[in-house]
Structure formats: C-alpha cells, structure tokens
Design a binder for this molecule. Structure first.
Ligand SMILES: Nc1ncnc2c1ncn2[C@@H]1O[C@H](COP(=O)(O)OP(=O)(O)OP(=O)(O)O)[C@@H](O)[C@H]1O
Length: 214
C-alpha cells in the first residue's frame, strides 16, 4: 500500500504547470481555531488564480453556511471507511469523533489545474504526508496563547463545551509537537495580529505565487 501511495505522490510531486515550473503544494497545520481557514481565505481572495484548495473529506456534519464540495466533501462514516479501504486517500485521521482525509483525487484535481495546491491537515496528516513524495511546504499556524485560542473558538460559536475541551486538549499536543519535533515545519506563523500573520504568509509564498503569475 505504501508503494502505491509513494507512486501516486511521486507523480503528483513532479507535476509541472503551463510555464514549465513545478509548484510545491502548501500544507497548513495548526490547532483548531488558530486561524488556518481565515488566512487561507485571505490568500485565495488576494490571489484567486494562484491557489486552489484541496477539498478534504469529512464525516462531520456541515456547519451553517458550509456547502458540500466547497469547504469539505461531506460523507457518511461508512462511505469514508470504504474509500479509505479502496486506497483513495493520501492521508486520513480521526479528530473529535469524526474522520477527515485528503483524497488523491482532490489533490490531483488542483495540480492538474496548474495552481498551487493548499492542504489543511492535522499533525497525523503531516506525518502521513511526510512519508509520501508530495514534497509540500509545511506551515504551522500558531495561536498567540491557549487563552486566546479558547476565546476565538468560543467567539466562533461552533463548539459545545465538550468539543471545545477536546480541541484545546488536542491543541496542547499539537503545539508541543510543533515546538519539539525537529524540522517538523518549514515555517511557524504566529497568528496574533491577523495582518502581520498574513503578511508573513504572503512573504513565505511570494516566489511560488510569482511562478504562477508569470
Ligand atoms: N488573528 C486573529 N485575531 C482574532 N481572531 C482571529 C484571528 N484569526 C482568526 N480569528 C478568528 O478565530 C476563529 C478561528 O479561526 P478559523 O476558523 O480560521 O480557525 P481554523 O484554524 O481554520 O479552525 P478549524 O481547524 O477548526 O477549522 C474565527 O472566528 C476567526 O474569525
């Protein structure tokens, strides 16, 4: 199974855009509520032609305003388990009682459009991707503090007391991994002031963006 994964990832990694340039996917990882979606949305608004999101699959229920195929492919647990068994996923993980995953099809879809593929995955996803030959740029989005993270999740209004606790417990493990695992991430972006965090992200990806716009 690992060989098949590696083969698929190899062909993905060697994808060349219309200008003859190999674009590296960008992986966003960070605790729930750290601001990954917020930063990604801003990036895509500013550079709509440079980036495309690899739409993940999830077994969690859609939140208000979320659309199937846009934020996520919403599937049942049975459908997800079957697809995993069929080796359709590059990475998958269980989080807060739901399964999330990145399908090979979603990534291929973006790569074949000649855009930079943006992936939003958790730590387990990062570990899986590191075993593949996808060769992405790994960015960790870090909240300024656990207290700030708790406030943002509470203000977002999406969590029950139980899911909030789970997310904060997981956040501690994720922050510990990012801090203590050598070379786990290429870049750590502290999302305190949003404009500053976005500016840093923009600088990191500038040369990739320029390649698409050439
Ligand atoms: N720099 C910031 N300052 C204040 N609030 C912020 C900042 N960045 C994001 N937020 C807010 O924090 C909340 C969490 O952000 P967001 O939903 O982008 O996090 P996420 O990492 O994508 O979470 P999840 O993994 O659960 O999808 C949102 O309500 C967002 O508006």
């Amino acid at each position: 199974m690992l060989n098949i994964l590696k083969q698929t990832a190899r062909s993905m990694a060697s994808h060349i855009n219309g200008n003859g340039i190999a674009l590296r996917p960008v992986v966003f990882c960070g605790p729930s509520g750290s601001g990954k979606s917020t930063l990604l949305k801003r990036l895509m608004n500013e550079f709509p032609k440079a980036f495309a999101f690899s739409v993940s699959h999830t077994t969690r229920k859609p939140r208000a305003g979320e659309e199937n195929g846009r934020e996520y492919h919403f599937v049942t647990r049975d459908e997800m388990l079957q697809a995993i068994q069929n080796d359709e996923f590059l990475e998958h993980a269980e989080f807060s009682g739901n399964i999330y995953g990145t399908s090979k099809k979603s990534v291929e879809h973006v790569l074949s459009s000649g855009r930079i593929c943006a992936l939003d995955v958790d730590i387990q996803g990062v570990k899986s991707l590191k075993k593949s030959n996808l060769n992405p740029i790994y960015c960790f989005v870090k909240p300024p503090s656990l207290d700030a993270l708790e406030k943002r999740l509470t203000d977002r209004g999406t969590e029950t007391p139980e899911s909030l606790k789970k997310r904060l417990d997981t956040a501690k493990i994720e922050l510990d991994y990012a801090e203590n695992e050598p070379n786990a991430f290429d870049y750590v972006i502290v999302n305190d002031d949003l404009d500053q965090a976005y500016g840093k992200l923009r600088d990191i990806l500038k040369s990739q963006i320029d390649h698409v716009n050439k």
